[in-house]
Structures are given as C-alpha cells and as structure tokens.
Design a protein around this ligand. Sequence first.
Ligand SMILES: NC(=O)c1ccc[n+]([C@@H]2O[C@H](COP(=O)([O-])OP(=O)(O)OC[C@H]3O[C@@H](n4cnc5c(N)ncnc54)[C@H](OP(=O)(O)O)[C@@H]3O)[C@@H](O)[C@H]2O)c1
Length: 334
Amino acid sequence: MRYLIIGAGAVGGTIGGRLAQSGHDVVLVARGKQYEALRDHGLRLQTPDGPHTHRLPVVDGPEALGTLRADDVLILAVKTQDSTAALAAWGPRPVAGGGTAAQHLPLVCAQNGVESERIALRTFRRVYAMCVWLPSTFVEPGVVRAEGTPLSGILHLGRYPEGSDDTVRAIAEDLGQSHFDAPVVDDVMRWKYAKLVANMVNSIEAVSGVIDGDEGRALLRQARAEGEAVLAAAGIPYTSQQEEQKVRGGRIRFEPFDDVPRGGGSSWQSLNRGTGSIEADYLNGEIALLGRLHGVPTPINDVLQEYANEAARQRRPAGATPVGELTAAIAAHR
Ligand SMILES: NC(=O)c1ccc[n+]([C@@H]2O[C@H](COP(=O)([O-])OP(=O)(O)OC[C@H]3O[C@@H](n4cnc5c(N)ncnc54)[C@H](OP(=O)(O)O)[C@@H]3O)[C@@H](O)[C@H]2O)c1
C-alpha cells in the first residue's frame, strides 16, 4: 500500500515519517511554506529516540501525482475546518483501473472531532475513523516534533460508522510496525467521542496558555462536565477514562526532550503559527451543536468557541487572554 498523507503537519508528519522509517511507501501532501520546506529540506522529524530526516515525495495537490494507484490509502490529517476543501480536491481523482478516489480508495480521518467522517461519507464510499492519541508539534516549516514515548501514538482504528475489515487491519499492521499501537475496533466512534471530551482542553490552552493554575483546571473540569452532560442527553456512548487508561497506561507519555518544553496542543499551535483559523467549531462547537439539538445549555463551550475563533481571526498569539477573562465571560453568558 502507498500512503498519501493529506496535511503533513504535526499528526500527518509523524504518521508519514514513522511509516516511511519502517519502509512503507509514503507521499506527503502539504501547502505553503510547509510544502516548500518539505520539498527543499525533507521532513525533519524530531523524536525522543533521535532526529530523523525523511526525504519523501512531496506534492502540493493531487494533480502532481496524476492517476492514483489502486493500492493508495488516503490519510486525512488536516484540521477539520480544512476537510471539505481537501476532500473536494482528492475525491474526483482518477484511479488506475478506472473510477475515482472517492469510489475506490480507503480514506482514514486521522483527526480530532467527529465531523470529518460525516463530511467524507457524503462522497467517499470507504471511510475509516482514527482516534488520534499522538502528541506532536508543528510550529516551524519542515520540522515536526513527535513527543510520545515509548510509542509515538495510540491510534484506534475502525470502519466508519462502525465495523472493521481487511483494509483497516492491514493499515493497523503497518502502523504497528511504525512506533504506533493501532488497535482495530468495531466501535471507533466511541473512542473518538471520549477524545472529543478530552479536547475541551484545546481552546482553553490556545486562548489562555498551558493550564497550570487552579482556575484553569476548574474551568477545564467544568467544560468537560458540560461535554459529558451533552453526550449523555444525546445518548452517545463514549469510552470511560478507566478504559482509556487501560489501553494507554505507561505505553505513551509525553516528556520534553532536547530541553524543549511542549508549548501546547494542536489548537495552541494554530494560534502560535498565526494560521487565521482554529478547530473550535468542531470541538467546542460540536458540544454546542449537540447541546442545542438536545436541549442542554452549553455556556462554557459557547464562550470557549467564540474566544478561540476571535483569537484566530485576529491572529492573537497563543495564551494571550488570562483565564479569568474567560471565566468572567462565561459567568456573564449564563
Ligand atoms: N498536534 C497534535 O498533537 C494532535 C494530536 C491529536 C490529534 N490532533 C488532530 O489531528 C488533526 C491534524 O492536526 P495537526 O495538529 O496535525 O494539524 P497541523 O499541524 O496544522 O497540520 C495540518 C496541515 O495540513 C495543511 N493543510 C490544510 N489543508 C490542506 C490541503 N488541502 N492540502 C495540503 N495541506 C493542507 C495545513 O496547512 P496550514 O498550516 O497552511 O493550515 C497544515 O500544514 C486535527 O484534527 C487535530 O485536532 C492533533
């Protein structure tokens, strides 16, 4: 199989680099300065086991590849707000032997949130979901830090909306040779909804910085509780923290290495890089949407979503707003 990594940033760069390191065929898809850096200098993957430079084929869009191979696997690793555009570009591409990517090729959503699979399933016939526990950082073009150790990530995989098949088992096997654990599960969305609740940290950290005080921790607890109340009202199952701990316990930690502390997660990185957009509509916004559908007020996630979007629009630096301002805005919104 050949892996086309659509969005070779933090997650895509780590998955692509680690797959290439274990001898798999990988093409990176990137844009802007990241495309230029990967093309000119290769992917510089910094890991706790040392730096690796991967000189891999890099393209800035599907046209550069021409007809796709029948054994291509598409790994979608863009932030959710970029999924629609990426899928529209890749779905109609011709595949050797006839038909299009959307008709024939497996597409794996290696993303947070639960919306990309739904977006993909409108056009792609073979959609797979991945629950991404993979701490990684991309703040400098061409450089990705994969911070997990001893595994780079734990990536539950399954067919969307449920089930499994030989394709997902083959992908999991390749990932399993590449510094990942990739359990194949029939209920992958149950894992992704638990990750969604964990992602309540994203906006707080992006807007107010790494959570290290009591006020930030209390806000995170409340945001998570709101998320859990919404999922309960919607009747959506998700894995318990004990279940998660059983899988992850001791097999993935993230520790600073080379004396570089981790700045923050993927939303923090969006503000840090000044991309102008952030994933909040698909994280806090998913909770707000479900809350509105099921009659549960979501004042905390409403405010976090609005603050995160505003910070991204105004290209404010990560961590620029004191957590007290967030809690005051939430109190005023209740
Ligand atoms: N980073 C983490 O530690 C982490 C951990 C678990 C899960 N996740 C999730 O994984 C997903 C990816 O996050 P990430 O942090 O890896 O994002 P990222 O570092 O921003 O990487 C995504 C890359 O895709 C590029 N891109 C967007 N649309 C594209 C297109 N059509 N063609 C080519 N490249 C395109 C982006 O370009 P621009 O920079 O120009 O936007 C960016 O370079 C998100 O859902 C995130 O929540 C992240």
